[in-house]
Design a binder for this molecule. Structure first.
Ligand SMILES: *Cc1c(COP(=O)(O)O)cnc(C)c1O
Length: 340
């Protein structure tokens, strides 16, 4: 085991032993290759640079209580990468190649999977980019697959802390028939300016509304939104949100807890009636929200009024993180243990 300050790692890039790459040329994928260099040599007219022909995934490897390395629902990330790829005309990646790249990058960097009990984990970033040259608007003829890893610290350094969120009415991250439902860099390019402005005012993230009517809740920057009301887990149905694997898993756990589940349009005004609200995604699992500010409407919604995170958010968080770290029985068969 390496001697890193696991509890204080930032969510940033730490150089590890190696990264994995594969190439798509002349209509077929190469086998994987291992690189110690973390730079790539690419054509200046590559489509990923000019026309955003790039998609990615975000997942984690966890060190369990038993010392073993665990992956959470990795096949779901593989499937979603192919949905994203299809939307931007990137060729499909065979599941076996995704698996080989994933398992190899972890095995070769296993000492960077933080020890159990630190709250830290290893972030895995699969990236699929058009690297063939084009100047006219056409998909590339060559693609590069990259898997890199970096250890990341616990999301909550001082406990399960509720955050403030700002409703964004002046920027759209995605249009109803745009690319909001796939994991592509362009969605982030569209929203980074507004996010950074909000962060300067101490908002942890932005809440985007449906771009057409600005009436319904879409999602919170890089995380899905959920609410709890009358023993019901409610999450938005929208064509412009990214189907979060964390959210889909929380839905299953909510059912296990006896909650009803509703996936439907959620009007902003409903925020007045919710008992608990939160953002969910791989990075934090659940980031509970204590305040939602709607500047344009001069309105504020507050939660966690007694200073505590809601009971169901806490239960769901403990269950999901418990499964990921091997402390809770994995009744849904979500975990793959890697023998390293
Ligand atoms: C990745 C991502 C999420 C979270 O998805 P998970 O599979 O739960 O990590 C939510 N929204 C957006 C826009 C994302 O890019």
């Amino acid at each position: 085991m390496l001697n890193l300050d696991w509890g204080n790692l930032p969510f940033g890039y730490v150089k590890t032993n190696c990264n994995i790459r594969a190439y798509y040329r002349e209509g077929k994928w190469s086998d994987i290759e291992v690189f110690t260099d973390d730079k790539i040599d690419m054509h200046i007219a590559a489509t990923c640079l000019h026309y955003g022909q790039e998609c990615f995934e975000g997942m984690k490897a966890y060190r369990g209580k038993d010392g073993k390395i665990r992956l959470f629902r990795w096949e779901e990330n593989a499937k979603r990468l192919n949905v994203s790829a299809d939307r931007i005309l990137v060729p499909q990646l065979p599941l076996e190649l995704f698996k080989k790249a994933l398992f190899t990058v972890i095995e070769k960097n296993h000492e960077f999977v933080p020890p159990f009990g630190t709250g830290a984990s290893m972030y895995i970033r699969p990236l699929l980019i058009g690297t063939g040259a084009q100047v006219g608007i056409n998909p590339a003829s060559e693609y590069t697959l990259i898997f890199f890893v970096t250890p990341v610290g616990p999301y909550f350094k001082c406990g399960f802390a509720p955050v403030d969120v700002l409703i964004e009415r002046n920027t759209d991250r995605a249009a109803p028939q745009g690319t909001g439902n796939v994991k592509v860099g362009g969605n982030y390019a569209a929203s980074v300016k507004a996010s950074i402005e909000a962060r300067k005012e101490n908002f942890s993230s932005l809440m985007y509304l449906d771009a057409k009517e600005k009436k319904y809740i879409d999602e919170c920057g890089p995380a899905n939104f959920f609410a709890i009301k009358d023993k019901t887990y409610i999450t938005p149905a929208s064509p412009s949100i990214l189907p979060s694997i964390t959210n889909n898993s929380l839905i299953e756990l909510a059912k296990d807890l006896g909650l009803k589940v509703e996936r439907r349009k959620i009007e902003v005004s409903e925020l007045d009636n919710f008992e608990e609200v939160g953002q969910c995604g791989t990075a934090a699992v659940i980031s509970p929200i204590k305040r939602i500010v709607d500047k344009e409407k001069n309105k504020e919604y507050t939660f966690c009024k007694d200073g505590n995170v809601g009971v169901y958010s806490t239960k769901l968080y403990n269950l999901l993180t418990g499964i990921q770290f091997g402390e809770v029985v994995d009744t849904h068969n979500w975990i793959t243990i890697l023998e390293v």
